[in-house]
Design a protein around this ligand. Structure first.
Ligand code: ZN
Length: 550
């Protein structure tokens, strides 16, 4: 079915409540596992209907924010989302407490129940008031960042718009853009400190209320971590500091030489080549057609997937008046389709839509009929293997998009993947420090960040900048405010994607088959199992960086 033809009808929250109440009661009094599973199937149908309609409303609203119909529909789902979340939680509770659990585990899988236990442990009705306040503060952060209007070269820019200037070949321009950004944050840092302080305290109080020692414990539960704990993550971070940081420091030195700079500063970090970073060639239509050439050559599975996406008009990537910014991949489970939303702007980001977001979409496409529904998608770090892995598997076809600068693109891709990991790991360690010590003052928090800068990015020289130099960088990282502990996921996934890439360079066909097999497993396995079954090494095993650094 084509996206424009997908029928939309508001999913009535009252009907959802009635269905859940009735089926949960039936589940609790069911005489055998079959009867419980039948209730779960009915609840899945109700949830698929609800989330498909919510997703259609949200997507159509982001495509045209001036359309009053979908604006109102979208607000309806936002308002009622906590109600549905609470119903889902009661369903998990009924399933995990079922006297037929053993038989159900055989039918739905033990991992299904591991995840259900985590869902139960992460929430109850006492958490709801905390979550409402946390959501409000997260929105306040998002609104403040989105409201930034910075005058630059006679234009009014937002923060992503300013980012463009920080990777231009002219050093003075990069420096001015860097300073303009820093000054905006310096002006808003007190408010950003205040929002974060309230978030840390609310999350800590919520953790105590739910019986946890601190929000680190609860944070892991909320991320659905089903196969590793904080100790394993700590071990990964130690490896990053010991094995990767010195390697990236040398890489940064080589990059500085390549761009002809003897005293590299923070505002030189975005430039990879003296003549400028590679940019995609061709019109959006040509880019999409070349996407077809690329996915046709890569494999039969990707050819079929890409034809499905284009045939169903499942991309909306051109910038238009009234369209929301940013990009994402979503799904309409009732209609069995993924959907990709983006705003092409002529940078390498446009090609990321065709590689990274398509990696997510391929996973959604391949798992669209998997049973049970709640095992279609793995945890976040594994979802990012789908996308970050695809970025590397499509690397051989980059001549289609970058012409004679395809090699430059591949160099930049490999280097930026490695440079990212220390930063991402630092974001993770910062949050462990913050939530283990929730009474730190804003000043102490910034000092903690600055200390981490020295450990993870010793090469970064802020050139005397007052805001960055006093440890303020983290305030621009949305995840720290809005999705705590969701960041190490990117680092773990990047490690696995880099292993796939090393394998691809030796034997492309074997590497691709292993990747595709991993994607096809959806969420039926944990991260550690998925990686192991692909014949790769867990990033948690000591020495794991030897594999990707050679
Ligand atoms: Zn992603």
């Amino acid at each position: 079915m084509k996206f424009p033809d997908m029928p939309y009808q508001r999913a009535d929250v009252g009907a959802v409540v009635d269905t859940y109440n009735a089926e949960i009661a039936r589940m609790r009094s069911a005489s055998d596992a079959d009867a419980v599973a039948a209730c779960y199937d009915k609840l899945t149908d109700a949830y698929v209907e609800w989330s498909t309609m919510a997703s259609l409303a949200s997507t159509r609203n982001s495509i045209d924010t001036t359309d009053p119909f979908y604006k109102e529909e979208n607000a309806y789902y936002d308002e009622n989302a906590p109600v549905v979340e609470e119903l889902r939680n009661r369903m998990w509770r009924a399933l995990t407490e079922s006297p037929h659990r053993t038989a159900l585990e055989q039918r739905l899988g033990t991992l299904f129940f591991v995840n259900a236990d985590l869902a139960v442990r992460g929430m109850n009705e006492q958490a709801v008031p905390f979550m409402q306040q946390i959501n409000k503060l997260s929105t306040r952060y998002g609104d403040l960042i989105a409201s930034a209007q910075i005058e630059f070269d006679g234009k009014q820019l937002n923060l992503p718009g300013l980012g463009y200037y920080m990777q231009l070949p002219d050093r003075a321009t990069r420096k001015r853009a860097f300073e303009a950004k820093s000054q905006w944050f310096a002006r808003n840092t007190d408010e950003l400190d205040d929002i974060y302080d309230q978030l840390v305290k609310l999350r800590t109080d919520m953790a105590h209320t739910l019986g946890y020692q601190d929000f680190v414990e609860l944070g892991y539960v909320l991320m659905g971590r089903n196969c590793y704990d904080a100790t394993a993550v700590d071990g990964f971070r130690r490896q990053v500091k010991r094995d990767l940081v010195p390697y990236v420091a040398a890489l940064q030195q080589r990059r500085a030489e390549r761009i002809g700079i003897s005293d590299p500063k923070a505002y030189d970090a975005g430039l990879y080549f003296k003549q400028g970073n590679p940019t995609p060639i061709g019109t959006p239509d040509e880019i999409f057609d070349n996407g077809g050439v690329m996915y046709g050559k890569l494999s039969e599975a990707t050819r079929e997937f890409y034809d499905f996406m284009r045939g169903g008009e499942l991309f909306d990537c051109l910038t238009k008046p009234g369209k929301r910014g940013g990009g994402y991949c979503t799904t309409f489970p009732k209609y069995g389709t993924p959907f990709i939303f983006a705003n092409f702007n002529g940078t390498t980001g446009d090609i990321d839509v065709l590689t990274h977001e398509c990696g997510h979409a391929l996973a959604a496409y391949l798992s669209r009929d998997m049973y049970p529904y709640d095992l279609r998608h793995p945890t976040m770090e594994s979802c990012e293997i789908h996308s970050m892995g695809m970025e590397f598997f499509t690397a051989p076809y980059m001549d289609l998009f970058f012409g004679d600068r395809a090699d430059d693109f591949r160099t930049m891709q490999q280097e930026s993947a490695l440079v990212f990991i220390p930063y991402g790991t630092m974001v993770d360690e910062y949050q462990h420090i913050i939530y283990s010590n929730p009474s730190l003052t804003p000043k102490e928090r910034k000092a903690a960040w600055l200390d981490l800068e020295r450990q993870y990015r010793p090469w970064l020289d802020f050139d005397g900048d007052a805001f960055y130099g006093s440890g303020g960088w983290w305030q621009q990282q949305m995840h720290i405010y809005e999705v705590p502990f969701y960041y190490i996921d990117y680092c773990l996934a990047q490690h696995v994607a880099l292993q796939f890439n090393a394998l691809r360079l030796k034997d492309a066909s074997d590497a691709w088959q292993r990747y595709l097999a991993l994607v096809r497993k959806g969420g039926s396995k944990t991260f550690v199992e998925l990686v192991g079954e692909a014949g790769l090494q867990s990033p948690f095993v000591d020495g794991a960086f030897g594999l990707i650094l050679g």
